[in-house]
Design a protein around this ligand. Structure first.
Ligand code: HEM
Ligand SMILES: *[C@@H]1O[C@H](CO)[C@@H](O)[C@H](O)[C@H]1NC(C)=O
Ligand SMILES: *[C@@H]1O[C@H](CO)[C@@H](O)[C@H](O)[C@H]1NC(C)=O
Ligand SMILES: *[C@@H]1O[C@H](CO)[C@@H](O)[C@H](O)[C@H]1NC(C)=O
Ligand SMILES: *[C@@H]1O[C@H](CO)[C@@H](O)[C@H](O)[C@H]1NC(C)=O
Length: 297
């Protein structure tokens, strides 16, 4: 990502995707910090000596937040993704506007859309208290909270090791957020390009889109798909239209689950795509059912 600054950590959990006879790895963007001159390599044991309680404390607060609201796991996963796609996984998404820069929170893909910032604050406070000083980076908190969310909502087989030691950014960019975060109306070629731009390949695109096995989307993000797309199952489109009126206005923030089981990490997101029941246009772009590129996996 951004040249050689970031590497992807190989995901570990597999789920079978029978019809395409592909093995798809479900979930999470976990990237390394920029390897600039003063940055050491990341390691899963980064906090082992300096604060052994750090990871259990993060897990406890994430579990508590998910117990309050199941959707929060999805929201935390998405925060990590939206952090990583803008100048690497550096916590920049968390920064408020200053007189020197406008931050990422008000960028189009984030405004009225990202959730869970108050949970991140809660985690940070709990971790700083447990460690007795602020040693855990916010970027690492986002990465670990995303992993814990996936493991809590998917079960222990979805747990994976997270490399740690990211440094937090001191700046953020609304422009980079607007330019780099993929929009739901992109076509397949554009999605591939968006991922390529941060060092991720086509397989990464298909795998990481599996993040949509949890969480919800607002009507504004799939309205055009359910009224105008042809690559959508007819009855499915009809039923979605009931909760998402054609004209923008009062229904804009109505929610629909991104797959049939929005609180479980499973393979129903991919199965839905096979039935032309993807919620977002960008989801269905991954599978057109006629031998186009990504269908071959
Ligand atoms: C491939 C390009 C992607 C596009 C175009 C996209 C777009 C979207 C959109 C439009 C929403 C609904 C937002 C709203 O209604 O406010 C959403 C939700 C979500 N996305 Fe993505 N996304 C993509 C990739 C990813 C990736 C890589 C992940 C994580 C691995 C991810 C995780 C999520 C989650 C968990 C939600 C639900 C959040 C919640 O319920 O709060 N997405 N995405
Ligand atoms: C703005 O940038 C200047 C110069 O780099 C720096 O000294 C100052 O602390 C920054 N202000 C804020 C609020 O970040
Ligand atoms: C994808 O969208 C871009 C920009 O609108 C367009 O130029 C391109 O032809 C589209 N590609 C396909 C395969 O539809
Ligand atoms: C459907 O497409 C037409 C033509 O591009 C556009 O004017 C209209 O706003 C779209 N409808 C919805 C509900 O997005
Ligand atoms: C596959 O289907 C998509 C959308 O349904 C269409 O745009 C595309 O041209 C088709 N490709 C082939 C090779 O038939």
């Amino acid at each position: 990502m951004h040249n050689n600054k970031t590497k992807l950590q190989a995901p570990t959990t597999m789920a079978s995707f029978s019809y395409l006879q592909c093995l798809l790895v479900i979930v999470t963007v976990t990237m390394m910090i920029p390897t600039t001159t003063n940055a050491a390599a990341l390691t899963p044991n980064f906090y082992k000596k300096v604060c052994p309680k750090a990871l259990p404390v993060i897990r406890r607060v994430v579990q508590k937040a998910i117990n309050r609201e199941r959707r929060m796991g999805a929201s935390l996963l998405r925060l990590h993704f939206h952090d990583c796609f803008v100048n690497g996984c550096d916590g920049s998404i968390l920064l408020d506007d200053t007189k020197n820069f406008t931050g990422e929170k008000t960028a189009k893909p984030n405004l009225n859309s990202i959730r869970g910032l108050e949970v991140v604050d809660e985690i940070k406070a709990a971790v700083d208290k447990a460690c007795k000083r602020p040693v855990v980076s916010c970027a690492d908190i986002l990465a670990v909270a995303a992993r814990d969310s996936v493991a809590i909502l998917g079960g222990p087989q979805f747990w994976y090791k997270v490399l740690l030691g990211r440094r937090d950014a001191r700046t953020a960019s609304i422009t980079a957020a607007n330019n780099n975060l993929p929009a739901p109306f992109l076509n397949f070629t554009q999605l591939v390009t968006s991922f390529n731009n941060v060092g991720l390949n086509t397989k990464d695109l298909v795998v990481l889109s599996g993040g949509h096995t949890i969480g919800f989307a607002r009507c504004t993000t799939y309205r055009n798909r359910i009224y105008n797309d042809t690559n959508i199952e007819t009855n499915f489109a009809t039923s979605l239209r009931r909760n998402c009126p054609r004209t923008s206005g009062v229904g804009d923030n109505n929610l629909t689950p991104l797959d049939p089981t929005p609180s479980s990490v499973d393979n129903l997101y991919y199965k839905a795509l096979l039935g032309k029941k993807g919620i977002l246009h960008s989801d269905q772009e991954l599978y057109k059912g006629n031998g186009s590129e990504s269908d071959k996996c």
